[in-house]
Design a protein around this ligand. Sequence first.
Ligand SMILES: NC(=O)c1ccc[n+]([C@@H]2O[C@H](COP(=O)([O-])OP(=O)(O)OC[C@H]3O[C@@H](n4cnc5c(N)ncnc54)[C@H](OP(=O)(O)O)[C@@H]3O)[C@@H](O)[C@H]2O)c1
Length: 333
Amino acid sequence: MADARRFPAFLVHRTESGACRGEVRTDLSLDQLPEGDLLVRVDWSSLNYKDALSATGHPGVTRTYPHVPGIDAAGTVVSGGAPRFQPGDPVVVTGHRLGMDHWGGFARYIRVPADWAVPLPPGLSARDSMRLGTAGFTAALAVDAVLAGCRAPGAAPVLVTGATGGVAVIAIALLARLGLPVTAVSRKQGSLKARLVQLGAKEVLAPEELDPGPKPLARERWSGVVDTVGGPGLEGLLKSTAAGGVVATSGMVAGNQFSSSVYPFILRGVTLAGIDSAEQPMQRRLAIWERLAGSWKLDLEPICDEIGLDGIPGAVREMLAGTHVGRTVVHLN
Ligand SMILES: NC(=O)c1ccc[n+]([C@@H]2O[C@H](COP(=O)([O-])OP(=O)(O)OC[C@H]3O[C@@H](n4cnc5c(N)ncnc54)[C@H](OP(=O)(O)O)[C@@H]3O)[C@@H](O)[C@H]2O)c1
Protein backbone atom coordinates (compact mmCIF):
# COMPACT_ATOMS: atom_id res chain seq x y z
CA MET A 1 0.00 0.00 0.00
CA ALA A 2 1.33 3.46 -0.87
CA ASP A 3 2.70 5.45 2.08
CA ALA A 4 0.80 8.71 2.41
CA ARG A 5 3.59 10.65 4.12
CA ARG A 6 4.54 13.86 2.31
CA PHE A 7 7.88 15.48 2.92
CA PRO A 8 10.04 18.42 1.83
CA ALA A 9 12.96 18.22 -0.58
CA PHE A 10 15.03 20.36 -2.91
CA LEU A 11 14.03 18.94 -6.28
CA VAL A 12 15.95 19.80 -9.44
CA HIS A 13 14.27 19.44 -12.81
CA ARG A 14 15.31 20.13 -16.38
CA THR A 15 13.38 22.96 -18.02
CA GLU A 16 12.31 23.03 -21.65
CA SER A 17 15.35 25.15 -22.49
CA GLY A 18 17.60 22.34 -21.20
CA ALA A 19 18.74 24.27 -18.11
CA CYS A 20 18.35 22.76 -14.65
CA ARG A 21 16.34 24.51 -11.98
CA GLY A 22 15.90 23.56 -8.34
CA GLU A 23 12.98 24.40 -6.08
CA VAL A 24 11.82 23.52 -2.59
CA ARG A 25 8.87 21.14 -2.71
CA THR A 26 6.81 19.91 0.20
CA ASP A 27 4.84 17.20 -1.55
CA LEU A 28 7.28 14.36 -2.17
CA SER A 29 6.18 10.90 -1.16
CA LEU A 30 8.13 7.86 -0.03
CA ASP A 31 6.97 5.99 -3.16
CA GLN A 32 9.11 8.33 -5.25
CA LEU A 33 12.34 7.39 -3.47
CA PRO A 34 14.75 5.04 -5.23
CA GLU A 35 15.33 1.40 -4.36
CA GLY A 36 17.15 0.47 -1.18
CA ASP A 37 16.67 -1.59 1.94
CA LEU A 38 17.26 1.24 4.43
CA LEU A 39 14.85 4.15 4.95
CA VAL A 40 16.40 7.09 6.84
CA ARG A 41 14.71 10.21 8.19
CA VAL A 42 17.27 12.93 7.45
CA ASP A 43 17.94 15.68 9.99
CA TRP A 44 21.07 17.22 8.47
CA SER A 45 22.85 17.32 5.14
CA SER A 46 25.69 19.49 3.86
CA LEU A 47 26.74 21.25 0.70
CA ASN A 48 29.68 19.98 -1.34
CA TYR A 49 31.02 21.07 -4.73
CA LYS A 50 29.52 17.93 -6.33
CA ASP A 51 26.06 19.05 -5.13
CA ALA A 52 26.55 22.37 -6.88
CA LEU A 53 27.34 20.47 -10.10
CA SER A 54 24.37 18.13 -9.65
CA ALA A 55 21.99 21.02 -8.92
CA THR A 56 23.00 22.74 -12.17
CA GLY A 57 22.85 19.77 -14.53
CA HIS A 58 26.51 18.67 -14.80
CA PRO A 59 26.22 15.36 -16.74
CA GLY A 60 29.37 13.98 -15.09
CA VAL A 61 27.48 13.93 -11.78
CA THR A 62 23.77 13.50 -12.55
CA ARG A 63 22.22 12.36 -15.81
CA THR A 64 18.57 11.88 -14.94
CA TYR A 65 16.20 14.60 -13.68
CA PRO A 66 14.05 15.32 -11.75
CA HIS A 67 16.63 14.70 -9.07
CA VAL A 68 17.30 15.41 -5.41
CA PRO A 69 21.00 16.28 -4.88
CA GLY A 70 22.86 15.92 -1.57
CA ILE A 71 25.85 13.56 -1.33
CA ASP A 72 25.70 13.67 2.49
CA ALA A 73 22.97 12.82 4.99
CA ALA A 74 22.73 12.22 8.72
CA GLY A 75 19.57 11.05 10.41
CA THR A 76 17.72 8.17 12.00
CA VAL A 77 16.81 4.75 10.68
CA VAL A 78 13.07 4.43 10.05
CA SER A 79 13.07 0.87 8.76
CA GLY A 80 15.23 -1.82 7.17
CA GLY A 81 18.92 -2.52 7.34
CA ALA A 82 18.70 -5.44 9.82
CA PRO A 83 20.74 -6.91 11.33
CA ARG A 84 23.23 -4.00 11.23
CA PHE A 85 20.60 -1.36 11.98
CA GLN A 86 17.43 -1.06 14.05
CA PRO A 87 14.73 1.65 13.83
CA GLY A 88 15.91 4.71 15.74
CA ASP A 89 19.64 4.13 15.13
CA PRO A 90 21.51 7.32 14.18
CA VAL A 91 23.39 6.92 10.89
CA VAL A 92 25.59 8.83 8.47
CA VAL A 93 25.49 8.26 4.71
CA THR A 94 28.11 9.80 2.45
CA GLY A 95 29.45 8.99 -0.98
CA HIS A 96 28.64 5.94 -3.08
CA ARG A 97 26.04 7.23 -5.57
CA LEU A 98 24.03 9.24 -3.03
CA GLY A 99 22.96 12.56 -4.56
CA MET A 100 24.49 11.63 -7.91
CA ASP A 101 22.22 9.17 -9.75
CA HIS A 102 20.41 8.26 -6.52
CA TRP A 103 18.18 10.81 -4.76
CA GLY A 104 20.19 12.36 -1.97
CA GLY A 105 20.25 14.18 1.32
CA PHE A 106 18.47 17.43 0.37
CA ALA A 107 15.24 15.72 1.43
CA ARG A 108 13.59 14.70 4.68
CA TYR A 109 13.92 11.03 3.70
CA ILE A 110 16.44 8.93 1.77
CA ARG A 111 16.21 5.29 0.81
CA VAL A 112 19.59 3.64 0.24
CA PRO A 113 21.31 0.25 0.29
CA ALA A 114 22.12 -0.43 3.95
CA ASP A 115 25.81 -0.89 3.17
CA TRP A 116 26.06 2.80 2.25
CA ALA A 117 25.37 3.76 5.87
CA VAL A 118 27.70 3.89 8.87
CA PRO A 119 26.54 4.22 12.47
CA LEU A 120 26.93 7.79 13.71
CA PRO A 121 30.21 7.50 15.60
CA PRO A 122 29.95 8.04 19.37
CA GLY A 123 31.37 11.49 20.16
CA LEU A 124 29.80 13.23 17.15
CA SER A 125 26.35 14.77 16.94
CA ALA A 126 24.46 14.33 13.67
CA ARG A 127 25.00 18.03 13.01
CA ASP A 128 28.75 17.76 13.63
CA SER A 129 28.93 14.77 11.31
CA MET A 130 27.52 16.98 8.55
CA ARG A 131 29.84 19.85 9.39
CA LEU A 132 32.45 17.32 8.34
CA GLY A 133 30.43 15.47 5.68
CA THR A 134 32.15 14.29 2.52
CA ALA A 135 34.50 17.28 2.74
CA GLY A 136 35.76 16.21 6.17
CA PHE A 137 35.97 12.56 5.20
CA THR A 138 37.98 13.52 2.08
CA ALA A 139 40.24 15.85 4.06
CA ALA A 140 40.97 13.05 6.54
CA LEU A 141 41.85 10.63 3.72
CA ALA A 142 44.13 13.24 2.15
CA VAL A 143 45.84 14.12 5.44
CA ASP A 144 46.38 10.42 6.16
CA ALA A 145 48.03 10.00 2.74
CA VAL A 146 50.24 13.05 3.24
CA LEU A 147 51.36 11.91 6.72
CA ALA A 148 52.53 8.61 5.22
CA GLY A 149 55.04 10.50 3.06
CA CYS A 150 56.41 13.01 5.59
CA ARG A 151 60.02 11.81 6.08
CA ALA A 152 60.78 14.61 8.56
CA PRO A 153 57.43 15.86 9.85
CA GLY A 154 57.61 19.57 10.51
CA ALA A 155 60.83 20.19 8.55
CA ALA A 156 58.84 21.81 5.75
CA PRO A 157 55.22 22.91 5.71
CA VAL A 158 52.36 20.96 4.21
CA LEU A 159 50.63 22.99 1.49
CA VAL A 160 46.84 23.11 1.24
CA THR A 161 45.35 24.60 -1.95
CA GLY A 162 41.89 26.15 -2.46
CA ALA A 163 42.24 27.04 1.21
CA THR A 164 38.84 28.59 1.89
CA GLY A 165 36.98 25.60 0.40
CA GLY A 166 35.21 22.87 2.36
CA VAL A 167 37.80 20.10 1.99
CA ALA A 168 40.69 22.52 2.47
CA VAL A 169 39.53 24.24 5.66
CA ILE A 170 39.12 20.88 7.36
CA ALA A 171 42.51 19.68 6.06
CA ILE A 172 44.16 22.82 7.45
CA ALA A 173 42.53 22.35 10.84
CA LEU A 174 43.45 18.65 10.95
CA LEU A 175 47.09 19.21 9.99
CA ALA A 176 47.42 22.00 12.55
CA ARG A 177 45.83 19.80 15.19
CA LEU A 178 48.42 17.14 14.40
CA GLY A 179 51.16 19.71 14.99
CA LEU A 180 52.32 20.11 11.38
CA PRO A 181 53.14 23.52 9.94
CA VAL A 182 50.63 24.43 7.24
CA THR A 183 50.86 26.87 4.36
CA ALA A 184 47.52 27.74 2.83
CA VAL A 185 47.08 29.04 -0.69
CA SER A 186 43.98 30.98 -1.52
CA ARG A 187 42.78 33.28 -4.27
CA LYS A 188 40.81 35.13 -1.59
CA GLN A 189 42.91 37.42 0.52
CA GLY A 190 41.91 40.27 2.86
CA SER A 191 40.10 39.38 6.06
CA LEU A 192 39.84 35.71 5.15
CA LYS A 193 43.61 35.44 5.60
CA ALA A 194 43.17 36.02 9.32
CA ARG A 195 40.49 33.31 9.49
CA LEU A 196 42.81 30.79 7.83
CA VAL A 197 45.54 31.68 10.33
CA GLN A 198 43.05 31.23 13.19
CA LEU A 199 42.26 27.84 11.76
CA GLY A 200 45.91 26.83 11.97
CA ALA A 201 47.71 28.04 8.83
CA LYS A 202 51.16 29.49 9.56
CA GLU A 203 51.10 31.52 6.35
CA VAL A 204 48.65 32.26 3.57
CA LEU A 205 49.94 32.70 0.04
CA ALA A 206 48.31 33.90 -3.15
CA PRO A 207 48.48 31.39 -6.04
CA GLU A 208 51.06 33.56 -7.88
CA GLU A 209 53.48 33.05 -5.00
CA LEU A 210 53.70 29.34 -5.79
CA ASP A 211 55.39 29.87 -9.18
CA PRO A 212 57.98 27.05 -9.30
CA GLY A 213 59.75 28.34 -12.46
CA PRO A 214 60.37 26.54 -15.72
CA LYS A 215 62.82 23.83 -14.62
CA PRO A 216 61.58 20.23 -14.26
CA LEU A 217 62.36 20.30 -10.53
CA ALA A 218 62.10 23.24 -8.12
CA ARG A 219 63.17 23.91 -4.52
CA GLU A 220 61.81 21.27 -2.15
CA ARG A 221 59.33 23.54 -0.47
CA TRP A 222 56.52 21.28 0.80
CA SER A 223 56.70 18.09 2.85
CA GLY A 224 53.35 17.16 1.31
CA VAL A 225 50.38 18.74 -0.42
CA VAL A 226 46.62 18.50 0.01
CA ASP A 227 45.45 19.69 -3.41
CA THR A 228 41.74 20.38 -3.77
CA VAL A 229 42.04 22.51 -6.90
CA GLY A 230 43.62 20.26 -9.59
CA GLY A 231 44.26 21.47 -13.14
CA PRO A 232 47.57 22.70 -14.58
CA GLY A 233 48.86 23.88 -11.17
CA LEU A 234 49.45 20.26 -10.11
CA GLU A 235 52.65 20.20 -12.16
CA GLY A 236 54.20 22.91 -10.00
CA LEU A 237 53.08 21.23 -6.79
CA LEU A 238 54.80 17.98 -7.80
CA LYS A 239 58.00 19.87 -8.71
CA SER A 240 58.13 21.62 -5.32
CA THR A 241 57.41 18.63 -3.08
CA ALA A 242 60.24 17.30 -0.91
CA ALA A 243 61.75 13.84 -1.39
CA GLY A 244 59.31 11.07 -0.42
CA GLY A 245 56.43 13.53 -0.11
CA VAL A 246 52.85 12.82 -1.10
CA VAL A 247 50.66 15.13 -3.18
CA ALA A 248 47.10 14.06 -2.34
CA THR A 249 44.79 15.15 -5.14
CA SER A 250 41.04 15.21 -4.67
CA GLY A 251 39.60 18.08 -6.69
CA MET A 252 39.28 19.65 -10.10
CA VAL A 253 37.79 23.12 -9.58
CA ALA A 254 40.61 24.54 -11.74
CA GLY A 255 40.41 21.80 -14.38
CA ASN A 256 40.80 18.08 -14.89
CA GLN A 257 44.02 18.07 -16.92
CA PHE A 258 47.67 18.63 -16.06
CA SER A 259 51.05 17.64 -17.43
CA SER A 260 54.22 16.69 -15.62
CA SER A 261 57.69 15.34 -16.27
CA VAL A 262 58.55 12.08 -14.51
CA TYR A 263 61.39 13.73 -12.51
CA PRO A 264 59.50 14.39 -9.25
CA PHE A 265 58.55 10.71 -9.21
CA ILE A 266 61.85 9.08 -10.21
CA LEU A 267 64.37 11.51 -8.70
CA ARG A 268 62.53 12.42 -5.48
CA GLY A 269 60.18 9.50 -4.96
CA VAL A 270 57.24 11.88 -4.83
CA THR A 271 53.86 10.13 -4.88
CA LEU A 272 50.72 11.48 -6.50
CA ALA A 273 47.96 9.94 -4.40
CA GLY A 274 44.41 10.00 -5.73
CA ILE A 275 41.75 10.51 -3.09
CA ASP A 276 38.34 8.95 -3.71
CA SER A 277 35.92 9.44 -0.85
CA ALA A 278 32.92 7.88 -2.59
CA GLU A 279 33.93 4.24 -2.80
CA GLN A 280 36.00 3.51 0.31
CA PRO A 281 35.58 0.00 1.76
CA MET A 282 33.48 -0.21 4.94
CA GLN A 283 36.41 -0.95 7.29
CA ARG A 284 38.30 2.11 6.09
CA ARG A 285 35.12 4.22 6.23
CA LEU A 286 34.47 3.22 9.84
CA ALA A 287 38.10 3.81 10.84
CA ILE A 288 38.15 7.33 9.35
CA TRP A 289 34.84 8.30 11.00
CA GLU A 290 36.05 6.92 14.32
CA ARG A 291 39.19 9.04 14.06
CA LEU A 292 37.20 12.17 13.14
CA ALA A 293 35.02 11.62 16.21
CA GLY A 294 37.98 10.90 18.50
CA SER A 295 41.66 11.76 18.21
CA TRP A 296 41.13 14.01 15.16
CA LYS A 297 37.99 15.75 16.48
CA LEU A 298 37.79 19.42 15.49
CA ASP A 299 35.78 22.44 16.54
CA LEU A 300 34.28 23.39 13.18
CA GLU A 301 31.86 26.05 14.48
CA PRO A 302 33.99 28.99 13.26
CA ILE A 303 34.04 27.78 9.66
CA CYS A 304 30.45 26.54 9.31
CA ASP A 305 27.18 28.18 8.51
CA GLU A 306 23.72 26.72 8.39
CA ILE A 307 20.91 26.97 5.85
CA GLY A 308 17.52 25.38 5.15
CA LEU A 309 16.47 23.94 1.80
CA ASP A 310 15.55 27.45 0.61
CA GLY A 311 19.17 28.58 1.09
CA ILE A 312 20.55 26.00 -1.34
CA PRO A 313 20.31 28.01 -4.62
CA GLY A 314 22.31 30.93 -3.19
CA ALA A 315 24.97 28.67 -1.71
CA VAL A 316 25.26 26.74 -4.98
CA ARG A 317 25.81 29.98 -6.90
CA GLU A 318 28.57 31.01 -4.48
CA MET A 319 30.22 27.62 -4.74
CA LEU A 320 30.29 27.67 -8.54
CA ALA A 321 31.60 31.24 -8.52
CA GLY A 322 34.40 30.16 -6.14
CA THR A 323 33.27 32.70 -3.54
CA HIS A 324 31.87 30.23 -1.01
CA VAL A 325 33.80 29.94 2.25
CA GLY A 326 34.09 26.96 4.60
CA ARG A 327 31.33 24.46 5.23
CA THR A 328 27.57 24.83 4.94
CA VAL A 329 25.25 22.42 6.71
CA VAL A 330 21.64 22.04 5.60
CA HIS A 331 18.96 21.42 8.20
CA LEU A 332 15.92 19.40 7.22
CA ASN A 333 13.74 19.76 10.30
N1 LIG B 1 37.85 13.04 -4.65
C1 LIG B 1 36.88 13.10 -3.76
O1 LIG B 1 36.48 12.12 -3.17
C2 LIG B 1 36.32 14.44 -3.45
C3 LIG B 1 35.58 14.67 -2.29
C4 LIG B 1 35.15 15.98 -1.99
C5 LIG B 1 35.43 17.00 -2.90
N2 LIG B 1 36.09 16.71 -4.04
C6 LIG B 1 36.45 17.76 -4.99
O2 LIG B 1 37.34 18.64 -4.33
C7 LIG B 1 37.16 19.96 -4.83
C8 LIG B 1 36.85 20.89 -3.66
O3 LIG B 1 35.62 20.51 -3.10
P1 LIG B 1 34.95 21.42 -1.96
O4 LIG B 1 33.68 20.77 -1.61
O5 LIG B 1 35.98 21.73 -0.95
O6 LIG B 1 34.65 22.73 -2.85
P2 LIG B 1 34.58 24.27 -2.40
O7 LIG B 1 34.13 24.35 -0.99
O8 LIG B 1 33.84 24.96 -3.46
O9 LIG B 1 36.11 24.72 -2.40
C9 LIG B 1 36.87 24.86 -3.57
C10 LIG B 1 37.89 25.98 -3.36
O10 LIG B 1 38.79 25.97 -4.47
C11 LIG B 1 39.14 27.31 -4.80
N3 LIG B 1 38.70 27.54 -6.20
C12 LIG B 1 37.44 27.62 -6.67
N4 LIG B 1 37.43 27.80 -8.00
C13 LIG B 1 38.72 27.82 -8.38
C14 LIG B 1 39.38 27.98 -9.62
N5 LIG B 1 38.71 28.14 -10.76
N6 LIG B 1 40.71 27.95 -9.64
C15 LIG B 1 41.41 27.78 -8.50
N7 LIG B 1 40.84 27.64 -7.29
C16 LIG B 1 39.51 27.65 -7.23
C17 LIG B 1 38.42 28.23 -3.85
O11 LIG B 1 39.32 28.46 -2.75
P3 LIG B 1 40.20 29.83 -2.66
O12 LIG B 1 39.33 30.92 -3.17
O13 LIG B 1 40.51 29.93 -1.20
O14 LIG B 1 41.41 29.62 -3.50
C18 LIG B 1 37.27 27.37 -3.36
O15 LIG B 1 36.83 27.77 -2.10
C19 LIG B 1 36.05 19.86 -5.86
O16 LIG B 1 36.61 19.67 -7.15
C20 LIG B 1 35.30 18.61 -5.45
O17 LIG B 1 34.58 18.02 -6.51
C21 LIG B 1 36.54 15.48 -4.33
